[in-house]
Design a protein around this ligand. Structure first.
Ligand SMILES: CC1=C(CCC(=O)O)c2cc3nc(cc4[nH]c(cc5[nH]c(cc1n2)c(C)c5CCC(=O)O)c(CCC(=O)O)c4C)C(CCC(=O)O)=C3C
Ligand SMILES: [Fe+2]
Length: 396
């Protein structure tokens, strides 16, 4: 088991940040309700353009890119499956909470499409629920996946006139909790098993852990300022740590061979070509693999919770097509979705936060975790967009 790109360097532990306030809450907290915060997606052809405008407002995404992305949605009738996934996730969370004797209501609101976070916050407050513990459907640290949700919360509270009434806290980034990692590990194990059955040797197989590319400027600022995780920041470091952990675990269990190589690749780049984004691109790497003696590739959607458009189009369509063109056998492994281990881990995270479980007792499978409860100053900041107020962290 070797990583073929940059090594997962020695990284400081998330608990070592030396800024004001503890990274993990140490006093139990009372909450009235859970807030499931999603990305949102269109649910009909007429939603597609307004949705894309919402996502890209103020981002300098070229029109050609928007038109191209619109065709991905149009191909599926203008419907992204992501809202349906969140309905299912919400139902699964309610069920898991109920089984554990927890009767919290779960409100669901999105950043970019109906039902919006603003409406969820209004509805919660109307029902007398003003202390909300949020779970955002994004596992890693970066502006898009962490801080932007905190800004969404601050805006939702302010725009609804509920500042000082509603409070939203957010559970820690969960890239390395067992129930998030397990479904990916199972997918890699199944792919390796299938490739071995086809008579392929370990060195003929490549595992590509795929995640959303982001601007390198955002990546450098992902996670708390003082951690100094280097190029790619906390975002890349967290993905690499999870990939390494999956391969180590499978090697120990005899499901992967020491010679099975893996790497982290990126997908779904947007932005102007002049702006650097994280590389290499998944399709570019696939095209290079035959020259490295590779005959089969497993594409693992490590950055995503469910089979939404990024997975259906950019991986199942584009990456698998690139593999076919390169003459490679290829498979795309599952996302966590509503896998019971994942749902159960989310409820564990809600419970651990409510009970202020000490960090040393919190489940985590990489050296980087357990990640912070309370985002540090400057965490995942976005210098292009400038400062915007954010809830659920230490100011600024
Ligand atoms: C890190 C990350 C995640 C993973 C974490 C998470 O899950 O949050 C993610 C998820 C998603 N991204 C999604 C869709 C889009 N993302 C876009 C644009 C962008 N994504 C970015 C980053 C991320 N995105 C960035 C830096 C941009 C550039 C504009 C900006 O700075 O914000 C655009 C605009 C067009 C384009 O350029 O592609 C679209 C339509 C959907 C919904 C899919 C569906 O509908 O099924 C999901 C789950
Ligand atoms: Fe995105």
């Amino acid at each position: 088991m070797t990583e073929t790109t940059r090594g997962a360097a020695e990284v400081p532990h998330a608990n070592e940040a030396s800024v004001a306030g503890p990274p993990h809450v140490s006093e139990p907290q009372e909450y009235d309700a859970i807030l499931l915060a999603g990305f949102g997606g269109p649910e009909g052809q007429e939603d597609v353009i307004p949705f894309l405008r919402n996502v890209t407002r103020g981002r300098g995404i070229p029109d050609e890119r928007l038109e191209e992305v619109a065709t991905h949605y149009r191909h599926f009738g203008g419907v992204s499956p992501i809202n349906e996934h969140n309905r299912q996730l919400r139902a699964a969370l309610v069920e898991e909470l109920r089984e554990r004797g927890m009767t919290y209501p779960v409100y669901w609101g999105n950043r970019n499409w109906d039902p919006y976070l603003e409406d969820a916050v209004k509805e919660a407050a109307a029902n007398g629920h003003t202390r909300l513990l949020a779970f955002a459907t994004s596992a890693y640290s970066s502006y898009s996946s962490c801080r932007q949700y905190r800004e969404d919360f601050a805006r939702a509270i302010t725009d609804t006139g509920l500042a000082g009434v509603v409070r939203i806290d957010k559970i820690r980034q969960f890239f390395d909790v067992p129930g998030f990692v397990q479904p990916f590990a199972e997918g890699v194990a199944a792919a390796l098993h299938e490739f071995a059955d086809d008579g392929l040797a370990p060195e003929e197989i490549r595992i590509l852990f795929a995640t959303h590319s982001i601007p390198t400027a955002d990546a450098e600022r992902s996670g708390p300022r003082e951690l100094g995780l280097g190029e790619g920041g906390a975002y890349a470091a967290q993905h690499k740590a999870v990939g390494a952990q999956i391969m180590e675990q499978l090697t120990e269990e005899g499901k992967a061979d020491h010679g099975t190589r893996w790497e982290l690749v990126y997908q779904s780049r947007s932005g102007p070509p002049t702006q650097p984004w994280l590389e290499p691109d998944v399709c570019d790497r696939i095209a290079e693999l035959p020259a490295e003696g590779v005959k089969a590739v497993a594409v693992v959607p490590l950055g995503f919770l469910s089979d939404h458009m990024e997975v259906l189009w950019d991986l199942d369509n584009e990456a698998l097509e690139a593999a076919q063109e390169a003459g490679l056998k290829a498979t795309r492994t599952p996302t966590p979705g509503v896998h019971h281990a994942f749902v159960s881990s989310v409820v564990d995270l809600l419970q651990e936060r409510m009970a202020a479980v000490p960090p040393e007792e919190r489940p985590h499978v990489t050296e980087l975790g357990p990640w912070f409860d309370v985002c540090r100053p400057g965490c995942c900041e976005n210098v292009r967009l400038g400062f915007r107020p954010a809830a659920a962290g230490i100011a600024p």
